[in-house]
Ligand binder design. Structure first.
Ligand code: SAH
Length: 449
């Protein structure tokens, strides 16, 4: 069956673009040098126009500056006023656009990745597909359509879908997209807060935390999820490492500002490595904890995790930024109304897997999609599309995903896999007695055997 490559009428603005050399207006950087937070801070500033700003101002006045991680957590996922809780923001009418929202081929190729891994792992007769932060549910819908098209391959396999989503608003949008709204709230004592059946007949459950997802053989997916988790920011000073904090600006009412901690904080002690050479460092401990959990689950129950995000390998310094209406937005202005994000440090994720699983990548999005066969798919779709507008749209969305200047280079794929998926457990003893393991698709060329 031929599916159109492009979604209609998407906007060009999205997260994850390389940062412009000169900081644009509204992109608050950490230079010139930051003031140090006074040990005892006088009350200052009035209430801001937004509820979140008022809430934060009260908190800052009562107990002093907060870490960037705490600020980010409040701004994004505060149960009453958080950005994801209230707005969601993903998609052409939102604040940023993501790869699955640009082209459904993206999700189809990821669906094929899971099937290819399921086959390579000996076609277990059941698996859970667990997505962290599913946004509008678009990526999962594209994956489930592939599963339906390949129903004959999966016919003896019992598949269930498990979505980890903190935002009630986004979980409603996901339920509408995936089930047509046919879901039931679950009894309070159960870990899944909502349950339903996908339009393609697969059971789906929603959870607030990865820990609530039942154990079992699972494939995990995190697309633009880790970049939304709270980061701590640190700065090297003459007196040693200091943590960047968020405070009220005493000079300007209703305005927040960055300050430096007057001394070391628990986070500076825990998260800065003695061999660190950078002067500015961002660390996302929550991402580390989640990767530890994924690695433990995969080690114990089997499966794999695929992580796709913009990021670096422990080299970047100052990537915290905001997006609103597809434009860069000052991270400290009007909290709760803009998406806040920071590049994912894949070297940190690899370290946090603690050797419980093997890791692959990060590999650039354009290389991953090429290995998964996007060029062939584009050719088939171009041959099958009659009108010029559709062909132009196909080429345009391909360019968005693959062009190194657009999303091709700054987005990366990274995977956690059981060690035995990459190396035979007894390879050292009798290397010649084993047939070679199939290569992992995406990180190598796809071959479905
Ligand atoms: N994967 C989607 C959406 C990315 S936006 C896409 O690529 O289009 C980030 C998603 O993560 C949203 O669904 C947001 O509500 C969710 N999210 C953010 N913080 C979360 C947390 N701590 N736990 C679970 N979900 C979270």
């Amino acid at each position: 069956m031929v599916l159109p490559l492009a979604r209609r009428g998407f906007l060009a603005g999205r997260r994850g673009l390389p940062r412009p050399a000169a900081a644009p207006h509204g992109d608050r950087r950490l230079s010139p040098p930051l003031p140090t937070a006074p040990a005892a801070r006088p009350c200052s500033g009035g209430n801001g126009p937004g509820a979140m700003l008022r809430h934060l101002a009260r908190k800052l006045r009562a107990s002093g500056p907060v870490t960037v991680a705490e600020y980010m957590r409040e701004a994004l996922t505060n149960p009453g006023q958080g950005y994801y809780t209230r707005r969601g923001g993903v998609g052409e009418s939102g604040d940023f656009i993501t790869s699955p929202e640009i082209s459904q081929v993206f999700g189809e190729l990821i669906g094929i990745w899971y099937i290819s891994e399921w086959m390579a792992m000996g076609k277990p007769n059941t698996f859970q597909l667990v997505e962290l932060g599913p946004g509008r549910g678009t990526l999962m819908e594209d994956i489930l359509r592939v599963f339906k098209q390949l129903a004959s391959v999966l016919s003896n396999c019992d598949v269930s879908v498990h979505l980890v989503e903190v935002s009630p608003k986004l979980s409603e949008i996901q339920a509408e997209m995936l089930t047509g709204g046919k879901v039931q709230p679950n009894p309070e004592e159960e870990l899944a807060y909502v349950k339903g059946i996908s339009k393609t007949g697969i059971p789906i459950s929603w959870y607030r935390d990865i820990q609530d997802v039942p154990p079992g053989y699972s494939f995990y997916l995190a697309h633009e999820f880790f970049d939304a988790l709270p980061i701590h920011k640190f700065q090297r000073t003459e007196k040693g490492w200091r943590e960047v904090l968020v405070d009220i600006d005493p000079e300007v009412p209703d305005q927040l500002r960055f300050v430096l901690s007057p001394s070391r904080t628990p986070a500076t002690q825990n998260f800065i490595q003695p061999e660190e050479t950078r002067d500015h460092v961002e660390v996302c401990p929550e991402a580390g904890v989640i990767v530890q959990r994924l690695a433990s689950r995969i080690e114990k129950d089997g499966g794999a995790a695929l992580v796709a995000d913009y990021g670096h390998n422990g080299t970047k310094t100052d990537t915290f930024r905001g997006f609103r209406n597809h434009k860069l937005h000052d991270v400290l202005s009007a909290p709760g109304t803009a998406d806040l994000t920071a590049d994912v440090d894949f070297s940190y994720l690899r370290k946090m897997a603690q050797g419980k699983t093997a890791t692959l990548g990060p590999i650039k999005q354009r290389e991953f999609l090429k290995n998964m066969g996007i060029d062939l798919r584009l050719q088939v779709l171009l041959q099958n599309s009659g009108d010029t507008a559709t062909r132009e749209q196909l080429l345009h969305s391909y360019d968005m995903l693959m062009n190194p200047e657009k999303m091709g280079d700054c987005f990366n794929f990274f995977a956690l896999l059981p060690h035995h998926r990459l190396v035979h457990p007894d390879k050292k003893d009798k290397p010649e007695s084993k047939s070679p393991l199939p290569p992992v698709a995406g990180f190598n060329e796809l071959s479905l055997k």
